[in-house]
Design a protein around this ligand. Structure first.
Ligand code: 13P
Length: 303
């Protein structure tokens, strides 16, 4: 994957973090609606491509380009999502996992089980986990390493609180979260672009949508669930900083395969502006990912 104008030459990513929302039944209904929206969009795109094709100058594709969609449901809902998304291009993953494969860790979820259910991604160090469940950078580093060893793509979340921003500590904080999160995986030979062969649905089919060694999500804590989106300048600045640090830490060859996504009150209304920022390769969406129409509208942006 090469970079152009600060962006990855990959379709944008649309990651939906459902947090502690949606039962298996609700998730099935969501996936059904999302699949219908996808089908409708493909049908109408194919119809307009056919009209375009009769015009000799038109060069249209029969498939509408969309962002790579990834759903991140709560653990108990994951299996229902896995089954519902069978045979689609939509990938899925976990919101959290332990760093050990198995053992006496009551209440925890094994990354190996995530893999077995066909997950290709897992969030690491979401600000809610850092703040409410006291997750440290050290713990994040262990989880990130465990995921990489299994060939899953960690989505490492970084971001500052309002107080940290106001006291001018944003830069130092996000860089520390990035460096510390990567410290155990960096230099590991397995930390490279993984193939998709390691992932399979419960029915054993390969799942599309993987292939990143890592995703980094910048989520300013003060923008999460508040309706207050970071400005284009604020997002641009931090993303550029993260990109430079990734280049330095991992080398540009590996870094250029690592998407940087923004999260914090992303909605269909503000998505286009955010996606236009250089070095923004997609979104990590909370509230707006709970509604299939909003989530799908965001996946259609950027094309
Ligand atoms: P909102 O989109 O609801 O602000 O949540 C962002 C988030 O925390 C995604 O991980």
């Amino acid at each position: 994957m090469k970079r152009a104008e600060g962006k990855l030459l990959h379709r944008p990513l649309c990651l939906g973090n459902w947090k502690m929302n949606k039962s298996p039944q609700e998730a099935r209904a969501f996936c059904q609606e999302l699949k219908s929206l996808l089908e409708e969009a493909q049908t109408s795109h194919a119809a307009s491509a056919a009209i375009g094709a009769s015009d000799k100058t038109a060069k249209s594709s029969a498939t509408q380009p969309l962002a790579q969609m990834v759903l991140l449901p709560p653990a108990l809902t994951l299996w229902a999502v896995a089954e519902s998304l069978q045979g689609t291009e939509i990938a899925y993953g976990g919101q959290n996992c332990h760093f050990e494969i198995s053992g006496a860790f009551t209440g925890e979820n094994s990354p190996k089980v995530l893999q077995e259910v066909g997950a290709q991604y897992c969030l690491v160090g979401h600000s809610e986990r850092r703040k409410l469940f006291h997750e440290t950078n050290d713990l994040c580093a262990q989880k990130l390493k465990a995921l990489i060893e299994l060939g899953l793509t960690p989505i490492l979340c970084v971001g500052e609180s309002l107080e940290e921003r106001q006291s001018g500590r944003t830069e130092a904080l996000v860089l520390e979260q990035l460096r510390e999160g990567l410290k155990l995986a960096k230099g590991d030979g397995r930390f490279k672009t993984p193939g998709t062969q390691g992932s399979a649905t419960p029915q054993g089919q390969a799942v599309p949508g993987g292939g990143f060694p890592l995703i980094v999500a910048y989520e300013p804590v003060w923008a999460i669930g508040t309706g207050q989106v970071a400005t284009v300048e604020q997002v641009g600045e931090v993303h550029q900083l993260l990109r430079q640090e990734l280049d330095q830490l991992l080398g540009s060859e590996l870094s250029q395969n690592i998407p940087l996504v923004y999260g914090g009150s992303v909605k269909p209304e503000n998505g286009a502006e955010l996606l236009a920022i250089p070095a923004v390769d997609g979104f990590l969406i909370g509230g707006a990912s709970l509604d299939a129409k909003s989530f799908f509208a965001l996946a259609q942006l950027g094309f």
